[in-house]
Design a protein around this ligand. Structure first.
Ligand code: GDP
Ligand code: MG
Length: 437
């Protein structure tokens, strides 16, 4: 793991009073090895450490700053710079604007098409149309329909047509006629780069002249991702990269070397299977993450986005009146689940990432609790105080859980209610963060 390795290298510098030729050289040797281990291209790693060295040597170490801290800052800024400096947005100027997906099979094109459509619709008030140009497997067309339905975006497909240029052109015509302003074209991929696939996608690109051709790549494939990126870029001259599956074992290396080897910006990252699991790529935050500082900015943004302000106010009112009930409890659980995989979120908190890695908390963690609440009558949910022993037994049976589980939940609920009551003097959003934690 790159961040662990880097952390260890910096430890060497701890306690040293100033940055000298000797301790920099030692640290950078470790940094370079760490980068290579994380599948960073050799040339990239070398030019990276050279440039860090130059910067570090020129620095006067203030007494207030430890050399290790200064090195972290230099490495951080250099990483961010290497990954492109600033976030790069999509340019969707044409009416309709056309976005073409490319990439190997399984890289996440279809999933990302849905995520992007969802994001454009909800955050930029666009009116997107998804187009199924993966014509080789009937299941692929069906998959895009499922994705489209789940985000409420229409899908254009021609199940009996194998000519993707025709399909795309028909879809664009349809978009013009029905005022769709973004056309997102999902395409077929192969397990490895092959001539036929490259021809097809290159022909398609030439025919529709997209505003954005995006190369979608699985971040977990490491050095392979870099090679694939290069082959696609040589052929397609794409506009940006989408790095998916960053929720897995994060390979900072892929982001780093793809950016340098193909000199195209990484525009988005995928952080899960759900339609909300998409983030704009921020080089500085990625540098934080690689260094193990945690992607706190993304975390806070995502949490704020998912949390409905109005609901918070209503909840606060209820708590003030001590009316917080199991319906609210349940909607809290839904809120948390909507935020995506909990482990991903928790892993972004500095210091938590590593500790939580082996702990199994995911959506399933709530299954038992949800079942118990669902087995309560509406009256019980609204008035938890009436849940006596015989009601508890019935709920346990109904939900297939043990009576102890029901007791435990009721006890926890009571405690939550008490804590909430105590906090009602405070700031509501802060309180909700604590309740969600
Ligand atoms: P395609 O063949 O390129 O269209 O890839 P798909 O969109 O069908 O995705 C392949 C698999 O990867 C599916 O099981 C997706 O749910 C999964 N997937 C896609 N993006 C992500 C991501 O960001 N994180 C995770 N964990 N899984 C993803
Ligand atoms: Mg697909």
């Amino acid at each position: 793991n790159l961040s662990e390795r880097l952390e260890r290298s910096f430890k060497i510098l701890k306690g040293e009073g100033k940055i000298t030729e000797i301790n920099v050289a030692e640290t950078l040797k470790d940094v370079r090895r760490a980068l290579l281990d994380a599948d960073v291209n050799y040339k990239v790693a070398k030019s990276f450490t050279d440039s860090v060295k130059q910067k570090a040597m020129g620095m006067n170490v203030l007494t207030a700053v430890k050399p290790s801290q200064l090195m972290v800052k230099i490495v951080h800024d250099e990483l961010a710079e290497l990954m492109g400096g600033k976030a790069v947005e999509l340019t969707l100027e044409n009416r309709p604007a056309i976005v073409l997906m490319s990439g190997l099979q399984g890289s996440g094109k279809t999933t990302f098409s849905g995520k992007l459509a969802n994001m454009l619709k909800n955050k930029q008030h666009k009116n997107p149309l998804l187009v199924a140009c993966d014509v080789y497997r009937p299941a692929a067309i069906q998959q895009l329909h499922v994705v489209g339905e789940s985000v409420g975006v229409p899908v254009y497909s021609e199940p009996d047509n194998k000519n993707v240029v025709e399909i795309a052109n028909n879809a664009i015509r349809e978009a013009k006629a029905k005022n769709y302003n973004v056309v997102i074209i999902d395409t077929a991929g192969r397990l490895a780069v092959d001539e036929e696939m490259m021809n097809e996608i290159a022909t398609l690109k030439e025919a529709v002249n997209p505003d954005e051709t995006l190369f979608v790549v699985d971040a977990m494939t490491g050095q392979d991702a870099v090679n694939t990126a290069k082959e696609f870029n040589d052929r397609l001259d794409f506009d940006g990269v989408v790095l998916t599956k960053l929720d897995g074992d994060t390979r900072g290396g892929a982001a780093l070397s793809i950016r340098t080897v193909v000199t195209k910006p990484i525009k988005f990252v995928g952080t899960g299977e759900k339609m909300e699991a998409i983030d704009v790529f921020h080089p500085d935050r990625m540098a934080d993450r690689i260094l193990g500082m945690g992607d706190i900015v993304s975390l806070v943004e995502r949490a704020q986005e998912q949390f409905d302000e109005k609901q918070a106010k209503e909840l606060e009112k209820k708590i003030r009146k001590n009316k917080f009930d199991f319906n609210d409890f349940m909607s809290q659980i839904q809120q948390i689940k909507k935020m995506g995989n909990i482990k991903d979120l928790a892993a972004m908190i500095p210091g938590v990432g590593k500790a939580i890695k082996d702990v199994d908390i995911d959506d399933n963690a709530f299954k038992g609790v949800e079942a118990i609440i669902q087995s309560m009558t509406p009256k019980e949910r609204a008035n938890p105080d009436i849940i006596n022993q015989s009601r508890r037994q019935r709920i346990a049976k109904g939900s297939g859980s043990k009576i102890e589980d029901v007791n435990r939940l009721l006890k926890q609920f009571e405690q939550t209610r008490k804590v909430m009551k105590m906090m009602t003097g405070g700031n509501s959003s802060k309180m909700m963060q604590m309740a969600n934690a």
